[in-house]
Design a binder for this molecule. Structure first.
Ligand code: NAD
Ligand code: AKB
Length: 316
């Protein structure tokens, strides 16, 4: 039986993934952990929780031993915009945390899943249908830590036999927990503002294509890859996965179909725009489809219907 420790479990992905994994493996078998506590979080109420700073390897090792953990889902990290505002901290948290997790996994025989990102690519990478194996020269500190993290995970697999796996997530869109300081956050904020204010000023410019994904597909991807047959995996860290690619005007037009009075304007943030401009427009996810059967369910149309319905319930 899998006993999973989730780091960064109160963030955008972790707050949903922890509950999703608890449904699959049982509440007592999925231990949530984070640096902070979020009042009223379902994650804290519905199962075990440990306060863990991933920069403190003893805290991680203590929880692994205490709960007989054999699988670590490592989510604690700083995202792109926060990382550009504080590059030294992004390096420390993203690389230091991952290194600690991998060392403990090696010592205690745990498997590790950790997400990479479309941020692992840079301006020199082919922009359209970005291949699985291609040039990776990112120009953000976040991207640098993601490429280095992919390499480090592959190293621990090849050198020490640690079962490391990961995906390159696009921007994730969800209604449960707000995103934590990324460049793709506009595609979440727009739904909140459409419902609450009837208008939204996008910090990303018209025409800027980026890959995006609805959270249910992201959760399904993680659960599928964790259980994928290792003999079928030619790649490990990390798989391109994709479901939709759009620019701000496309998501605005989709929202307008449901809220005709919705108006979008632009108030472009040069820092986040430069980050977005350095990332691919769309990824080629054929390796994930071939090696572990990746297949998304949602497109922009079906995601928008579901997001608006779920957010209406939440905000009322
Ligand atoms: P988030 O910012 O929403 O959550 C991160 C969590 O980590 C927070 O709850 C924070 O308190 C915690 N944390 C930060 N520093 C910590 C530390 N030192 N010790 C322990 N916990 C700490 O991030 P997220 O969106 O849930 O992202 C999780 C992972 O997925 C990250 O590796 C991120 O790069 C990756 N990812 C996310 C997206 C996305 O769109 N959300 C896309 C691509 C990749
Ligand atoms: C960010 O914008 O930083 C994240 C990501 C794509 O990694 N959402």
């Amino acid at each position: 039986m899998r006993k999973i420790l989730v780091t960064g479990a109160l963030g955008q992905i972790g707050s949903e993934l922890t509950m999703y994994l608890r449904k699959i493996y049982g509440s007592e078998n999925v231990i949530a952990s984070d640096l902070r506590k979020v009042e009223g979080s379902k994650v804290l109420e519905a199962g075990p929780f440990e306060s863990i700073n991933v920069l403190d390897s003893q805290q991680i090792a203590g929880a692994v031993t205490k709960h007989n953990v054999n699988s670590i889902v490592h989510l604690a990290a700083l995202l792109s915009a926060t990382g550009e505002a504080n590059p030294a901290m992004a390096w420390n948290v993203n690389m230091g945390g991952l290194f600690n997790v991998l060392e403990i996994a090696r010592e205690k025989g745990c498997s590790v899943f950790t997400p990479s990102s479309i941020a692992a690519f840079g301006p020199d990478t082919p922009k359209v249908k970005t291949p699985q194996d291609t040039l990776q020269r990112p120009t953000t500190m976040y991207g640098v830590t993601k490429v280095a993290g992919e390499l480090l995970c592959d190293y621990y697999h090849k050198k020490f036999g640690v079962d490391t796996r990961g995906v390159r997530f696009p921007g994730l869109i969800s209604y449960e927990t707000l995103p934590g300081g990324g460049t793709t956050d506009y595609a979440v904020h727009i739904y909140y503002d459409a419902l609450q204010k009837g208008k939204y000023a996008s910090f990303i410019a018209e025409g800027t294509l980026m890959d995006m994904m609805y959270m249910p597909d992201a959760l399904h991807a993680i659960a599928s890859l964790i259980e994928a047959d290792p003999s079928k995996l030619k790649h490990r860290n990390a798989f391109n996965i994709a479901s939709m690619s759009f620019a701000p005007e496309h998501i605005a037009a989709e929202i307008k179909k449901h809220i005709p009075e919705f108006e979008m304007s632009y108030d472009v943030d040069p820092i986040r725009q430069a980050i977005a401009d350095s990332w691919p427009d769309s990824l080629d996810d054929s390796a994930a489809r071939e090696e572990w059967g990746w297949k998304p369910e949602y497109d922009l149309d079906s995601m928008t219907v579901d997001m608006l319905a779920k957010l209406r319930e939440k905000l009322n």
